[in-house]
Design a protein around this ligand. Structure first.
Ligand code: SUG
Length: 448
């Protein structure tokens, strides 16, 4: 049966702002308190979805979350009416209000980890919502993520959903941002590659000194168990701790893979040769042939990778079997990176084409093309079982563009976050969105 990769992009929510909430994510820290433009952010994301759809890729959309998260503010002691909760938080603890306002669920690569049915013991597609417990503003995402995923992939014959792992740092899990799947073709058993930043229990493994390592080995192992993956189809690798300390807060800031290709920086993994040999061996036993494209540090430094987001690109297989890299505009603005890309696409290797997108609103918070999408490999009958309301079409693109135009502000600053009107605007917009995407009731304000 035919199988495909479907990219589900996060629709940027109406409260997109620069809260400076992610220590260790250089862009988030350096753009803290800048004025954001939620409308432009959402339109930039939609433009990418439309372009990929027009190029013939299967494209879906993942709904944003209810923000401000009034329930989260109540859980930490702010009381009264919804408006009072917000104004008290604004007066007493602005960083907590900012956290409960963040539109960070737009980076759907962090929403969950997905294992396609060809890899799992029960032959279903498995999803584990990410607990994202390294950052408060992200740790509040997973209950709604689970409800939204449940509404998109509801058919229990094809889809299995696991709740987030225990909410402690030993099981820190950031979803698909640290997970890549290699395969000969999407419908055949592949090798799932889990990259972790530290181990919670094995003190022999090194850890970064400056910035947090968000993903643990133990979280990755738990997901492999939950999804019923076989040892023959799994490889674990540790990220080089020094690159985390330079701002590589997820593996997808320094490597991307698709099909048989791994595009990675020379400094991405500890014991790189061993990791590549294990991947090569396991993929070969699945009938595939790993093609690792290693970018040397002489050509592109880790700092270049962090500022340009070269590796936070989408690596896609076109209808002709050739690979295409979707990169952010920031890659064109870095001469070393841009030169490297010219060379890469002309040297006869697997990556033949580069397409550039303006995603500046998201990039300023450390979210590039790859962060904005969740990859789900599906065969034809699984694709037919997905809620059709979330599959991108020209008509849905028009509807969502119009919806953004009617509901989103074009500037948002710190002081605007305290505006009680923003809560009303967001709920009105999201209520309409659940009807557009045919999700049913998924938001707390719809459930109470
Ligand atoms: O978790 N930024 C996100 C960016 C996530 C990028 N995702 C991947 N690489 N897959 C994060 O650090 C910043 C929010 C703020 O500062 O307002 C933020 O959450």
């Amino acid at each position: 049966m035919n199988a495909f990769e479907v990219n589900f992009d996060g629709l940027v929510g109406p409260t997109h702002n620069y809260g400076g909430l992610s220590y260790g994510n250089v862009a988030s820290q350096s753009n803290s308190q800048a004025c954001s433009n939620p409308r432009e952010a959402a339109l930039q994301g939609l433009a990418k979805m439309k372009a990929l759809m027009e190029m013939g890729f299967r494209q879906g959309v993942l709904a944003p979350q209810e923000r401000p998260d009034v329930a989260a503010l109540r859980s930490i002691g702010f009381a009264g009416s919804d408006a009072e909760v917000i104004s008290r938080a604004a007066k007493e603890a602005m960083p907590l209000l900012a956290a409960c306002m963040s539109a960070s669920s737009m980076w759907t690569a962090n929403s969950c980890t997905v294992s396609p049915s060809a890899d799992t013991a029960d032959g279903r597609v498995h999803f584990t919502a990410a607990n994202l417990n390294c950052k408060f503003h992200r740790s509040i995402e997973h209950p709604t993520t689970s409800r939204v995923l449940g509404a998109m992939f509801a058919d229990t014959q094809h889809f299995a959903h696991h709740p987030a792992l225990p909410a402690v740092s030993q099981f820190g899990d950031e979803g698909a941002a640290n997970h890549t799947r290699f395969c000969k073709s999407y419908g055949e058993p592949g090798v799932e590659f889990f990259v972790f930043g530290r181990s919670a229990f094995d003190s022999r493994l090194p850890a970064p000194q400056r910035y947090p390592a968000r993903q643990t080995l133990e979280a990755s192992q738990a997901i492999a168990r939950l999804h019923g993956l076989s040892d023959a189809g799994v490889v674990y690798a540790q990220q080089t701790p020094a690159v985390i300390d330079q701002g590589v807060f997820h593996n997808d800031v320094i490597a991307v893979g698709n099909g048989e290709v791994l595009f990675h920086h020379q400094d991405a993994f500890l014991d790189s040769d061993k990791v590549l040999a294990e991947l090569q061996g396991k993929l070969a036993r699945r009938g595939g042939n790993l093609r690792a494209v290693c970018v040397p540090r002489e050509a592109v430094t880790v700092e270049d990778a962090v500022t340009s987001y070269l590796f936070n690109s989408q690596l896609l297989t076109g209808a002709d079997g050739k690979m295409l890299l979707i990169v952010p505009e920031e890659c064109r603005n870095n001469a070393r990176v841009w030169n490297y890309l010219q060379q890469l696409t002309s040297d006869g290797g697997p990556i033949r084409e580069v397409r550039v997108f303006d995603l500046k609103q998201s990039m300023q918070n450390g979210g590039g093309p790859a962060c904005l999408r969740l990859r789900v490999a599906l065969n034809e009958s699984e694709l037919a079982a997905v809620n059709p309301g979330v599959i991108m079409t020209p008509a849905l693109y028009e509807t969502l563009t119009d919806w953004v135009g009617r509901h989103y502000r074009d500037r948002l600053r710190d002081e605007d976050l305290a505006d009680p009107q923003l809560l009303i605007e967001c709920r009105t917009a999201l209520d309409e969105l659940t009807r557009i995407l045919k999700l049913g009731a998924v938001y707390p304000f719809q459930l109470n």
